[in-house]
Structure formats: structure tokens, C-alpha cells
Design a protein around this ligand. Structure first.
Ligand code: HEM
Length: 423
């Protein structure tokens, strides 16, 4: 696809055993003998957070946190909370008539992240959101340090500083409020369902059972802050770019993109398939055994799971699997977004929230679209279009093929001619 960010190759690792193709990648992601190994570069943030735990400790942490993500939560969030957040965030940009898409996506989702993580925003001010965005961006840089092109020690120090400031300004007051509520619950002065429904409350309520100290709680909450905003902001930008290109080639679909929610969701899933948050997942073998294709590995060997090859498998997604085609037929029981949200042990908590439920086909029910489709829908309704004066640029701070900046004009086109969706 033209205009895509350049994909770099990581050259820093010894040659790992490689798992390719959908079924093999699926099996490997579900195999308990393969231990998460992509996040050890930034222990200051990622040590023993959900994504890096393994075995029993992972299962225990996941069990208490997963309760927050029941399907009713995704629906509730989409119907009740997200429209307000989205409208409020977009309003400021509509006044300016322009926005930068990765930055906008991050900013909208920071509220989702904070609600899930359990971070209060008592001021509700722009400057408070600015601070939260800046901290969370730094946590994202730490979480993806494996693929960073920056000096890693410098990034680690920046992440440590951001964590300390975030702790003082946001986590400590949020924690005090929740501890006071949990105290009242324990004394029978308040019922349990009046306590906030978020990760911080869950961690505080289980801190003894799960052996959680203050540093661990800080890392887990900061990890959730970035998990809720980072991948979604990148996915939003990729999806917009794909829609632009599709509309250029299929002008007959321009109106449909604005009026047919299921089609728009199908486009989002197709873009997610082509642009997984990370094209690869890394694991380490905990014992000697054979990978799904028969390759033997010994304890301590690195294993690279090629998610991109899984998502491009022609036997499941068709001969044109490498190109964007929202009308494609996908093999039965295969998610239209492939393995982009992972599968098995570390399956993404945010899959239904970000991607929506189901494949949006063969049903008369109002679709649960997910935050990405809702965001795009809203942008299209406001005639979002690339800014002809400022072309998009790739993010050079990471080896991941993401956009660093993607300037858009929003609101009624004036003297500037649209190049894409609004024509
Ligand atoms: C387009 C958006 C998103 C994408 C593509 C995405 C992708 C992924 C992937 C691939 C994994 C598994 C990593 C692995 O196996 O190594 C994962 C895990 C995770 N994701 Fe997401 N994610 C997205 C949005 C979200 C959101 C909105 C949340 C909300 C909090 C979230 C929370 C998590 C958590 C907590 C895990 C760790 C699960 C575990 O280790 O058990 N993600 N995500």
C-alpha cells in the first residue's frame, strides 16, 4: 500500500525460532510453555504487570481484573459514557478546524483508560487531561521499549520520572478516596456495589491475597492507562488511512461509509487485521518441546510468533489477503480482525470495547460497534479529511509501522478541496 509507514527490522536479537501462519500462531499463543518475553526491556513499568505475569500469578490477577470487562461493561460504556467523552473532546478540535489523528485518538481514549484504571480527574480541566496524556504517552513508550529506536536507558529514566509524578498527582489521591470507601464497605457502612468499578479498586481490595505492594499497584495502574489508549490511537489512524485509500479507489462507497455502520465496522476490522498493534509477539520457552510445526526448542530459547503472517494467510482470508478489502469473505469461526487482539493466555481485555462485538454480519440487532468505529463515524460525520498542506509522517521513534502524525481538517470544507472521503 502506498504511503504506509516504513517497517523496520529488529536486528538486536539472536535468531529466534519462528512460528508463522494462523493455526500455528494461534496454538503457540495458547501454549503455557511459552512465556511472555517482549516487555522485559522496561521493568520499571512492566515488571509483574498482567501482561508479563505467567502461570498461576497471571491466572489469579487476570481472574480478579477480568470481572470488570464483562460484556455488559462494553455495551454500557459504548452507549452511556463514550458518546459524551467523544463529543466533548471533538468539540475543541471542531473549533480549530483541524486535528492530528494519533494525538486526537490518544486524547479521546485517555478518559476510557482512566475510568478503567481508576484514576480520578477532580478538575476535569484541559490542563489536567494534558498532564494525563503526557504521562500515559511516556508509559506507552516504556511498554513498547523493545521496538524503540531511542536510547533505551534514557527512555527508562523518563518512564521512571513520569511514574513518580503520576503517582503524586493522580494515583495517590485516587487511592486515598478508594481506600476510604473500602474501609466503609468493610465496616458495613456502605454496600460493595457503591465502590468504584475499576482496576485500582480491585487491586486495593485484593492487595493482601495477591501480595500487591504500592509499587506494584502503581505499575499495574500505569500499564492499564497505556493499554487503553495506545493501541487504539494507532489503530484509528491506520483505519482512517485505509478508508481514504479505499474511497479514492471506490468513490461509490463514500456515502456508504457515512451511513452504513456495519460496513464501517467491517472496514475497521479489516484495517485491524492488516495492522496488528505489534506485527510480532515474543515468547521464551520454559522447557524443551516442539513448536506446532515440529521445530524443537529448549528451555530459554526465544520464539517469535509472526502475527502478521497469521493475519495474511490466504487459505483463511483469500488470495488478496495482503490488501484492504472490506467485502472479503473470511473463513468460518475466524475473527475478521485475525489475531490482532491476541488469543489464549494474554487475550486482550479491550477487544470488545475497541473492536465491538461479533463480526457485524447476519444479525438484525443494533450492532455494538466499538470505540474505533464510533470514533471514525463521528470524524466522518464532521467531514474529516487529510490536510493537503501537511502530509502524514511515520513514527520514527519506533520500529513498529505506525503513523507519528496524521493531520486532518475537520468541519465544513471551506476553500480547501477535500482529497478523499468528503468528495
Ligand atoms: C485496537 C486496540 C487494541 C489492540 C490492537 C490490542 C492488542 C492487544 C494484544 C495483541 C494483546 C496481547 C499481547 C500478547 O499476547 O503478547 C493485548 C493484551 C492486553 N490488552 Fe489490548 N489491545 C487494544 C486495546 C485495548 C484496550 C482498549 C484495553 C483496555 C484496557 C486493552 C487492555 C489489554 C490488557 C489488560 C492486556 C493484557 C492481557 C493479559 O496479559 O492477560 N487493550 N492487547
Amino acid at each position: 500500500m502506498s504511503g504506509q509507514p516504513i517497517r523496520f527490522c529488529s536486528e538486536s536479537m539472536n535468531a529466534p525460532a519462528k512460528v508463522t501462519g494462523y493455526q500455528h500462531a494461534h496454538t503457540a499463543l495458547c501454549d503455557r510453555r511459552l512465556v511472555q518475553s517482549m516487555y522485559g526491556e522496561c521493568d520499571v513499568l512492566m515488571e509483574r504487570v498482567l501482561l508479563t505475569l505467567h502461570g498461576e500469578p497471571h491466572a489469579c490477577r487476570r481472574a480478579i481484573e477480568w470481572k470488570l470487562f464483562r460484556r455488559d461493561f462494553a455495551r454500557y460504556y459504548e452507549r452511556e459514557v463514550y458518546p459524551v467523552t467523544l463529543a466533548q473532546t471533538l468539540a475543541a478540535y471542531l473549533d480549530q478546524g483541524r486535528l492530528d489523528l494519533p494525538e486526537f485518538g490518544f486524547r479521546v481514549n485517555i478518559n476510557l483508560s482512566a475510568d478503567i484504571a481508576g484514576i480520578d480527574r477532580p478538575e476535569g480541566s484541559e490542563s489536567e487531561t494534558d498532564a494525563l496524556v503526557a504521562f500515559t504517552r511516556k508509559f506507552s513508550e516504556g511498554a513498547t521499549l523493545f521496538h524503540s529506536t531511542r536510547e533505551k536507558e534514557v527512555v527508562r529514566q523518563e518512564v521512571a520520572d513520569a511514574l513518580a509524578q503520576f503517582n503524586t498527582r493522580f494515583l495517590t489521591p485516587s487511592k486515598r478516596r478508594r481506600e476510604a470507601i473500602l474501609e466503609k464497605v468493610a465496616r458495613g457502612m456502605q454496600s460493595e456495589d457503591q465502590a468504584p468499578r475499576d482496576i485500582l479498586t480491585v487491586l486495593l481490595a485484593n492487595r493482601d491475597d495477591q501480595d500487591l505492594n504500592d509499587d506494584m499497584i502503581l505499575r499495574e495502574v500505569a500499564f492499564f492507562m497505556q493499554a487503553g489508549a495506545h493501541s487504539s490511537a494507532n489503530a484509528l489512524t491506520h483505519a482512517f488511512h485505509e478508508l481514504e485509500q479505499w474511497s479514492e479507489a471506490h468513490p461509490e462507497d463514500r456515502i456508504r461509509l457515512k451511513t452504513d455502520d456495519r460496513f464501517l465496522q467491517r472496514c475497521v476490522h479489516e484495517s485491524l487485521r492488516l495492522h496488528p498493534a505489534s506485527p510480532v509477539a515474543w515468547r521464551e520457552a520454559s522447557e524443551s518441546f516442539s513448536l506446532p510445526d515440529g521445530t524443537p526448542v529448549a528451555a530459554g530459547d526465544s520464539v517469535l510468533i509472526d502475527l502478521m503472517s497469521a493475519n495474511l494467510e490466504t487459505s483463511l482470508f483469500g488470495q488478496d489477503a495482503a490488501s484492504f478489502n472490506p467485502n472479503r469473505e473470511v473463513a468460518n469461526r475466524i475473527p475478521t480482525f485475525g489475531l490482532t487482539f491476541g488469543i489464549g493466555i494474554h487475550t486482550c481485555f479491550g477487544r470488545d470495547i475497541a473492536g465491538g462485538l461479533g463480526n457485524a454480519k447476519d444479525s438484525d440487532e443494533a450492532p455494538h460497534l466499538g470505540t474505533l468505529t464510533n470514533l471514525l463515524k463521528s470524524l466522518l460525520q464532521h467531514d474529516a479529511r487529510p490536510d493537503p498542506a501537511r502530509p502524514p509522517v511515520a513514527d520514527t521513534a519506533t520500529e513498529r509501522p505506525n503513523w507519528g502524525s496524521y493531520p486532518l481538517l475537520v468541519g465544513a470544507p471551506q476553500s480547501v478541496q477535500s482529497t478523499g472521503l468528503t468528495r
